[in-house]
Structures are given as C-alpha cells and as structure tokens.
Design a protein around this ligand. Structure first.
Ligand SMILES: [Fe+2]
Length: 498
C-alpha cells in the first residue's frame, strides 16, 4: 500500500522575531552613528574637498608679463616662450637673435606667435607662445617679445654646450606653495645667487601655488626673480593648480597657456603629462591629480610603460606630485601606491621625484641581497606649510618642518643627488653660507657590472631633523605632540643601533 507523502515540518525556518528585534536595536544606532560621523566629516572637510579659494576680480595689464621659458621634447634643440598681455588678442611675435657658440652674432628674425584668450572665474587675459626648434648647442639667444604695440625688454637664454651633454645639472623642488610669496622669493633669490649659472633647468613637483587664482599666479611669477625668462621650467601639476568642481577636478585654465609643454602625453592629458629627452636621461612628468578614474589610470599606465621602456638614454627620471609611499602621517595615495609604483619598479625608473606631503622622505628598493637599488623615491618640500610625518619603515631617511631644494647632477656613470636646506633668515642674504653646512641628504645612483643600478647612501652621518611643531594647545594636540616626540626618540634609537 502506498503511503501518502507528508512534507517535513519546517519548524525552525520561521525567523526568530526576538533575534530580529535584537539585531535592529544594534543596527539602527550603528547606522545613525555612521551617518552622524559622515555628516561631521563632510562639514569639517567640505571646504578642503570641494571648496575653492575665491578668485578676486582682476584685469590683465597690457604690459608683457608672466614670461615662461620651457623646453620642447628635445632639450638640446627646442624651447618655447610663453607670455601674457592684455585682454584683446593682437598680432604678437618674438624677435630672436643668435650669438653662436663661437661668438658670432647672426642676423635676428621675427617669428609670429600663437595667441588665445583665456577666461578664468573672475577675469580674462591673452596668452601667447612661440615654439622654437633647431636651436644650436652652446648658442646664446637674445629675445624680445611683442604683442600689438608693446615690446618686452631684451632677455636671453643659453642652450647647453657640447660639454653639458655629458652632464645635466638641475634643481628639483617639491611643493613651493607659499600663499604670501615672501618665503619663496627669498628661496628663488638664493637659487639665483648660488646656482642660476650652473643648472640647466628647474624641476617642480607640483603645488607651485596656493590655489588657482590670478593673484596666486602673480605671487608665483614675482617670487621667481626673473629665472623664468632664462632657465627652463619643467613642472608637474599639483592638486593646488586644480579647480574643484564637486567631485570632479579641472586643471587651472592658465596652466597650459603659461607653459605649453610638449604634446607627447597620453590623450586627454596633452601638455599635462609629457616627457623631455636629454642626452643622458629621459625626464617623464605625470599629472597625478586627475588620474584617479579608470580611463585615465589605464591610459597613463600604458603611456608610462612606453615612455620608460622606449627610452634609449641611460637614466630615467620621473617627476610627479602624489607620492607612491606617503610621508605625511596617515596619508595614502592608493592608486599611486598600488598601480604606479609597480610600473616604476618594473619598467626601469631610476629616480622618482615627488611632492604633496610637505615633509621630506627618501626610500629605495631592496635587491635580492637586501642591498639598496633603484628606483630611489624622494619626497621634498619648499613650502612654509609643513605637515607631521609618519614613521613608516619604507623610508630610509625622513625630515619634517624643513624647506629644501635638491641639486642633482646626471652623468653617464651616475646620478648624484643632494638635498640642501635653504639658508636661514638669520644669515645675511648678501653673504651666502657655506653650503656644506646646509646639506640634508646625499646619495648616488650608479650602474654596476651586473646592470643593476645601486643606491649609495652618503648621508648616514647626517642627523635627521624633525622640526614639526604645529600641535594645538588643547589636550588632544598635546597628546599628539607627546606621541610624536616618542616616535622621534624611538627612531633615533633604532638608527643608532643600525
Ligand atoms: Fe598637494
């Protein structure tokens, strides 16, 4: 006889109402706490994340100003001159005359300029530029700019000599970001006095200015002490050169017209990411502020890989703003760390120059035997704004509360890197202090017989300086100050034992 099928009784499948209620008691307050914390965080950080410094209304004078000398993609034969004049586009040109390496003065000629009207949030101005190629090694070029009826004074720049092709010397600065423009004026005065006749260019790792306003650009050009008319400026954009538009970022409209960098970057990033070829190195510049979305990450990844691996020069130097291993306490640039660090390691970067953290750090890569090899990663700053550093083991050398410049010399056999503190205010600017007293870091990169680039730390005997002291006076600030002092002490003890 067939028995009738009885389905099993699903006794325990009914939800336990008491348990559900219990979960709700926990989840609802938790959700409220999260929402409240998010609300407070948004309120506190709204200005920093989404706000822009207001741009005061301005008008652009007729006078020719903001002259910027930049290199083309071939450093030995190409230069671009950019300038600003008035608010109405007019016929513009450069008058240029060559004095050859042998001392002969050749007839001058006029080259018409390209111009564009640039409108920012609170004003407008006309920017012009002329790109020069087939320039000669060792030649000095006198130039005068003209827009409409206005003419600039006569300026000059000198191309590298044959001998310079065996040695490239330059100054690298991290963030200059000096809202008042006073400290940076004294720094550029010092660079001018010490180095202007010896270096071939200035390399800037972004955040040159406090924010994308005409006034901050004005301070920047005033601070430069005229170096911009005679020494090529190679800069990476930083986040402070960007205008925030909600969650989006937009590079300041003046950036490209002021610099007109080479057009060899990834699509959508032309003249923002680019590279420049020197006889002994390729210098690759990345705009890291706006590569946080997938399309930009991918296009930069393949471009960077190609720029590194297609170079025929012995050295690859990379310059950008957001560091792969941050030194600022608690900061992480996840995409730079997890995506671009590997690209730099795998495709032959030797020296990586970074900014953004307003502190100093140097780290290297470890070889199979634990030795220090390229790439060497550096973070530096010349800004009066200083941040508290963290104490990650990845950094071989640290510093805080410092304003530094780096004097770097590239030869066929090595890169010699030095970092110096700017001269203190207490010392007269007329008498420059012995520079060796201001040395903060030094190392060399040289290629061994095995083809591996080794990093030799020459700064082991130099003390690390932790001068950061911007702690608030409340109990939270004092607690932080005590913790910081403790970490500094522990680091010093660890270093003594090494
Ligand atoms: Fe920055």
């Amino acid at each position: 006889m067939r028995t009738k099928y009885k389905p099993p009784r699903l006794r325990n499948l009914k939800p336990d109402k008491r348990k559900g209620r219990k979960k709700r008691y926990i989840l609802i307050p938790l959700l409220l706490v999260i929402l409240l914390s998010l609300g407070i965080l948004l309120k506190v950080r709204w200005g920093a994340w989404f706000g822009n410094a207001p741009e005061a209304p301005y008008s652009t004078p007729e006078e020719i100003t903001r002259i910027t000398l930049t290199p083309g993609s071939d450093f030995t034969s190409e230069r671009t001159l950019s300038w600003r004049s008035g608010e109405r586009l007019e016929a513009s040109a450069v008058y240029i005359q060559e004095i050859t390496a042998g001392g002969d003065t050749l007839p001058g000629h006029r080259i018409p300029a390209l111009g564009r009207l640039v409108k920012s949030r609170s004003g407008k101005g006309c920017f012009y530029h002329v790109s020069l190629d087939s320039l000669h090694l060792g030649a000095r070029y006198l130039y005068r700019l003209q827009s409409g009826e206005r003419r600039s004074p006569i300026y000059s720049f000198t191309m590298p000599t044959e001998r310079d092709c065996d040695t490239t010397r330059f100054v690298y600065l991290g963030d200059v970001q000096d809202p008042a423009g006073q400290m940076s004026s004294t720094f550029f005065r010092e660079i001018k006095a010490r180095l202007a006749d010896s270096i071939q260019f200035l390399a800037l790792a972004g955040d040159q200015i406090e924010g994308p306003t005409d006034q901050y650009w004005q301070s920047w050009y005033q601070a430069l002490q005229g170096l911009n008319t005679r020494i090529p400026v190679i800069a990476a954009p930083g986040n402070h050169e960007y205008l925030k538009r909600g969650f989006a970022r937009e590079l300041d409209v003046r950036w490209i017209p002021q610099t007109n960098y080479p057009l060899n970057g990834p699509k959508d990033f032309l003249q923002r990411s680019y590279y420049i070829d020197f006889p002994l190195m390729r210098l690759i510049v990345l705009d890291t502020t706006d590569i946080m979305w997938l399309g930009a990450i991918n296009s930069h990844k393949s471009w960077l890989r190609h720029a590194l691996s297609s170079s025929r020069q012995p050295w690859q130097v990379v310059l950008f703003h957001h560091a792969v291993d941050c030194v600022r306490e608690g900061r992480k640039n996840l995409i730079m760390h997890h995506v671009f660090k590997d690209e730099l390691l795998d495709h032959g970067a030797d020296l990586v120059l970074q900014g953004h953290d307003h502190g100093y750090a140097r780290s290297t890569t470890r070889g199979q035997r634990g030795d220090t090899i390229a790439p060497a990663f550096v973070i530096s700053s010349a800004s009066p704004k200083v941040y508290r550093n963290g104490f990650s083991a990845v950094h071989d050398r640290l510093g805080s509360g410092l304003q530094l410049y780096q004097d770097i010399t590239v030869t066929k056999s090595q890169i010699h890197y030095t970092s110096y503190r700017f001269q203190p205010d207490s010392v007269s600017r007329d008498s420059l202090l012995d520079r060796s007293k201001l040395l903060y870091d030094e190392f060399t990169l040289s290629r061994g017989r095995d083809g591996v680039v080794h990093v030799d730390d020459k700064a082991r005997s130099l003390p690390e300086l932790f001068l950061y002291e911007n702690f608030s006076t409340d109990s939270k600030g004092q607690k932080r100050a005590a913790q910081y002092a403790k970490e500094v002490k522990e680091r010093r003890e660890r270093r003594k034992k090494q």
